[in-house]
Design a binder for this molecule. Sequence first.
Ligand SMILES: [Zn+2]
Length: 381
Amino acid sequence: MRGHYEIDFMSPCADKSADAIVKYYWHNGDFVLHVTDAGFSSTAEKVLEHIKYHYATHGRIDHLVITHDDQDHASGARVILENFRVDNLWINTPWTFTQELLPKFDSYSSDVRLFGRLRSDYSDLAQAQDAAIKQGTKIHLAFAGTQIGAFTVLSPTREFFLQMVLGSRKTPRSSFAGVRMNLPQSLAAPAGFAPATVGVRPAHEILYGVSNKKLVSAAWGEELFSPEHTEPDNELSIVQFADFAGHRVLLTADAGRRGLLGALLFARARGIDVSALRVFQAPHHGSRRNVDAGILNAWLGPITPPPMYWDQMPQRWAMISAAENDPDHPRKAIVRALAHRGYRPVTQKGADWVRFYNENITTFHGSPLSMLAYPQSHEAN
Ligand SMILES: [Zn+2]
């Protein structure tokens, strides 16, 4: 039997995309309140309000996961920790590995100095750690294989994490800087697909902003991703997966092609069934640098013929956390690629919070559900 679950995606502030996901679910005989990312410090209050309104009787956050040190994910953590009881904080702090990293940074010979440098390079994580220590919150690392409530961490592995810290633009120059450029090619070329004439009925008016990016029209199944990869610091993102009795959920944060490939290989090696996801969080607010056709084929399946209507499609949702007035997120290429694989692209644009739960999907305070219409064009490279 499927236990109850609720997965709520915060609608970010008006201009800047951000992530905060509040999850409440039945697991091993108890309810668990599990928060992934806390948005900006300016939106943390919104997360707290949501928690106090819906989960006041629970009285605590069992798990707070900060996926990586980006302001739009991590800077709200301190505010949450200082204003609500948090039992466990899950963060991967690079300075924990100072001894191991020291020989790889040419310009550093003192572990004390490198420790300080890494703490200032990843200052939002450092602030979260300090606040957690003050509040008596337990602090844990969260590498692939770690179990956090109902969720399993699929990426990063410890090795991949250290490699990406060395490749980061934030950290000092490293003699191992080769990792900056050492990027795998995509898994496979996009499957060719004959242009079709059947359209997809928009479920909600088009909510795209006006981006400066040049657009070219494209038929169903045609795909174009950025030739560039996302930053190594995004690849540090903690990727979490849960299976609520067949309702499989993947939370990607800002992970890129390398992190998502690693996550898939880790799941396969462990025999974890990650097929037919119910909820897929499109990484990095729907950016074109974080996925390609090969990664999406591997995670979501190949390109399918166009559906006549969205509501005939299975309940598979692609959640894209994007702010109302963010003209560049999500990218049209990403909305198209998700639809090509039978996933219905949803965003909070125009909504308040978006909730996925056992039966369906809903929004709060009477706001409409913003399903993204299928774009007839995508960004030119
Ligand atoms: Zn982000």
